[in-house]
Design a protein around this ligand. Structure first.
Ligand code: NAD
Ligand code: DAU
Length: 351
């Protein structure tokens, strides 16, 4: 059985990647390494936590000694690295947390893998999951981010992710570490932490709270359903060429204000409220510092070389997402009350 280490598997995207690998590949044993920060939630994986080919490991990638022990205990065939501080607003108030996890943590993971794999490096793979934000922002509506677009990170979050991408490429070039990187656009879907735009709006509409739209709401994001991202990661892990980078995106651009209004409409219908009820909750608030105007991915390389295309139209993906939040209000309540952080202790006490 090949052992695969997935980091950040208790988070939003990581939990979908872990589920996909555990259920699709019984020939792999999946180790989910996660520090269970505020964003990590083992409830996301309740349905697969007892699978024979799954093991959860609580640990921090900033702790190099811990990683050294983990890699000497297990001969991992591959690493799929998602663990990160991921919220731009938090990076503005606490940049060092992003430097520690995203930069130092990635360097620690690369070092642990390099040391453990030194005798047969070429038989292993380090897959680094990154973001389109490393490319900066776009102004010309006809321009898209390509794999060759020059890096121009503009927030502490995107700068820390860009640093981690550079480290992975440096280890590939210098030490011949087999590596692939992907840079994806904005994800949405079930289990998305309610500090991010779509789940925050859903949660606030449900609770009749103001909907904070930054600036004039004219910033544009390119939205991709999270399971399509997980499928792209699967394809790249298995078929991606060593040393290559792949952009992943939905070709699905929305101005924030249009998206928020669409969510209001969908929620009013679902909640049987008169049309316009949720629109009245919209509040324009002070803009995010350094707010990137537009992100848009050109994913042609992934399509032509590896055959991946998004499977869901946005309307279908949003419908699934809203239905999931309506059916899982306990998940939201646990997070907003802070109760979910005790889940680990309850589940693993005494094991
Ligand atoms: P998330 O914040 O939901 O989850 C991050 C996970 O990492 C959490 O489970 C957290 O506990 C864990 N973690 C954080 N610090 C850790 C540490 N020091 N050691 C071990 N575990 C730690 O993030 P997400 O939105 O699921 O993003 C996952 C990855 O995908 C990140 O690398 C992010 O940069 C990238 N990404 C995200 C998006 C998006 O739209 N959310 C798009 C492109 C790329
Ligand atoms: O592009 C990929 C990135 O997408 C990922 O790398 C990040 O981890 C992920 O968090 C996301 O970053 P964004 O900053 O684009 O996502 P967020 O949901 O925070 O914001 C989306 C847009 O909505 C952005 O233009 C800011 C705006 N916004 C956000 C919040 C939370 C609001 O107008 N109001 C809000 O309350």
């Amino acid at each position: 059985m090949k052992k695969i280490l997935i980091t950040g598997g208790a988070g939003f995207i990581g939990s979908h990647v872990v589920r996909r690998f555990v259920t699709t590949y019984p020939e792999y044993h999946i180790f989910n390494l996660d520090a269970l920060t505020y964003a990590g939630n083992l409830e996301n994986l309740r349905d697969i936590e007892n699978s024979a080919n799954y093991t959860f490991v609580k640990g921090d990638i900033v702790d190099a000694a811990f990683l050294g022990e983990l890699f000497s205990e297990h001969d991992f065939y591959g690493v799929i690295h998602l663990a990160a501080e991921s919220h731009v607003d938090r990076s503005i108030t606490d940049p060092m947390a992003f430097v520690m996890t995203n930069v130092i943590g990635t360097a620690n993971l690369l070092n642990a893998a390099k040391k453990s794999w030194k005798d047969n490096l070429e038989e292993h793979l380090f897959y680094h999951v990154s973001t389109d934000e490393v490319y900066g922002e776009l102004h010309d509506p006809n321009e898209f981010f390509l794999e060759t677009t020059k890096y121009d990170p503009r927030s502490p979050y995107s700068a820390s992710k860009a640093s981690s991408d550079h480290l992975v490429r440096a280890y590939h070039n210098t030490y011949k570490m087999p590596a692939v990187i992907s840079n994806c656009s904005n994800n949405y879907g079930p289990n998305h932490f309610p500090e991010k735009l779509i789940p925050l709006m859903i949660n606030n509409i449900l609770n009749d709270k103001p909907l904070p739209v930054y600036g004039k709401g004219e910033n544009i994001r390119d939205w991709l359903f999270v399971e399509d991202h997980a499928r792209a990661i699967d394809v790249i892990f298995h078929k991606g060429a060593n040393g290559e980078t792949y952009n992943i995106g939905g070709h699905n651009e929305w101005k924030n204000i249009d998206l928020v209004k669409l969510l209001c409409k969908i929620m009013d219908e679902k909640l049987d409220r008169p049309e316009g009820t949720s629109d009245r909750l919209i509040h324009y608030v002070t803009d995010r510092a350094g707010h990137d105007l537009r992100y848009a991915i050109d994913a042609t390389k992934l399509k032509t070389e590896l055959g991946w295309v998004p499977s869901l139209q946005f309307a279908e993906g949003l419908e699934k997402t809203v239905n999931w939040y309506l059916a899982n209000q306990g998940w939201l309540d646990n997070i907003t009350s802070g109760a979910y952080s005790h889940y680990y202790e309850e589940m693993y006490d005494g094991r």
